[in-house]
Every structure is written in C-alpha cells, then in structure tokens.
Design a binder for this molecule. Structure first.
Ligand SMILES: Cc1cc2nc3c(=O)[nH]c(=O)nc-3n(C[C@H](O)[C@H](O)[C@H](O)COP(=O)(O)OP(=O)(O)OC[C@H]3O[C@@H](n4cnc5c(N)ncnc54)[C@H](O)[C@@H]3O)c2cc1C
Length: 151
C-alpha cells in the first residue's frame, strides 16, 4: 500500500540476493494520508498499544497553541506521541495538520533510535516552527508544555 515500503522491500530483496542479513522493522513505516489537513502516523496508537498489552503514557499538543501554525493561519490539528509507560521509550506518533507528512520523520527516527520522550523533547527547536509542537507533545508526557496547560 505504500511506495516507500515497496522501495525499502525492493532494496531488502537486493540485499538478500547479495547474501546480506536483512532486518525490516515493519512497525516503523510511516503512513500519510494526503488530505487537508494531512494525517501522518508511525507505530501504534494508544489503543493499538494497549491491545498489544503495552501500558502507555500519551502526550498531546494542539496546533492551535503553536506559533507557526497560528502565523500560517492553519492551526487545525494536533501532535500525539505514545510512549511505553515504564521506560518512557517513544513507540508511536500521530500528526494531524499542516506539514504532517514532513513532521512524522522526526518521531520515526527517534523511535528507530530507541529514544525516550525526554530525550526526544530535549533538543532545541527553532521558533516559530511546527517542530515545536512535537517537542511540547513529548513534554506533555512528563511535564507541563510551555505553551499549553497540558492534557
Ligand atoms: C493512484 C495511486 C496513488 C498512490 N499514492 C501513494 C502515495 O501517495 N504514497 C504512497 O506511499 N503510496 C501510494 N500508492 C501506492 C504505491 O504506488 C504502491 O504501494 C507501490 O507502487 C507498490 O510498489 P510495488 O513495487 O510493490 O508494485 P508496483 O509499483 O505496482 O510495481 C509492480 C510492477 O510489476 C509489473 N508487473 C505486474 N505483473 C507483472 C508480470 N506478470 N510480469 C512482469 N511485470 C509485471 C507492473 O507492471 C509494475 O510495473 C498509490 C497507488 C495508487 C494506485
């Protein structure tokens, strides 16, 4: 169903034919719906994680509290991050809103690298950018985000 998955699988087949070990992380394939607003996800939703027996903490941040979204006049949507409850390791993300298809890359890399939500929140994002919503969504799992009262 996804072109980037097909490309990765094509490369994996080539690697297999060359005798290399291939390890595809099937649950780490981002998916985007190019609607208006865009919808992008990677990893499990909170419900899917709970169904798989994983206890979660969930961080949210509305784009209506993000300066860049407001200045673009496009503040519909949110960021939602899912982390494993004990380790606080990031396992899933969803973005609804402007540039969701671009924003989903950062949590995809963070999940692949095994980062906790605190590690993901730590780097400074430029202001005003949509990326700040990602940072503040991560903060929502363990603190009160700077620009929102928190969920
Ligand atoms: C309208 C549309 C929009 C899409 N939009 C997106 C999108 O925005 N983002 C996204 O990620 N994915 C999108 N997709 C899905 C994406 O295109 C597919 O997931 C991807 O192309 C699958 O790649 P594939 O290599 O598995 O198959 P394909 O790209 O279908 O390639 C299969 C190839 O095999 C050939 N073939 C078939 N049978 C034979 C045969 N018997 N002998 C020789 N050759 C044969 C076909 O001609 C074709 O060239 C879209 C698909 C469609 C139809």
């Amino acid at each position: 169903m996804l072109a980037h998955e097909a490309m990765m699988e094509g490369a994996a087949v080539a690697d297999c034919l060359a005798g290399e070990t291939v390890d595809i992380e099937e649950n780490l394939i981002p998916a985007v719906v190019f609607t208006d607003p865009e919808i992008a996800t990677v990893g499990p939703s909170p419900a899917e994680a709970e169904e798989a027996g994983i206890s979660t903490v969930v961080g949210r941040f509305p784009l209506s509290a993000n300066g860049r979204a407001l200045s673009l006049g496009d503040d519909e949507g949110f960021v939602r991050l899912v982390a494993e409850a004990d380790s606080h390791q990031l396992i899933g993300a969803a973005v609804v809103g402007s540039e969701a298809s671009e924003l989903i890359s950062a949590p995809t890399i963070a999940i692949e690298q095994g980062l906790t939500v605190a590690e993901f929140a730590d780097p400074i994002r430029a202001h005003p950018t949509l990326s700040e919503a990602m940072k503040e969504s991560a903060e929502d799992t363990f603190a009160i985000p700077t620009h929102w009262r928190g969920s």
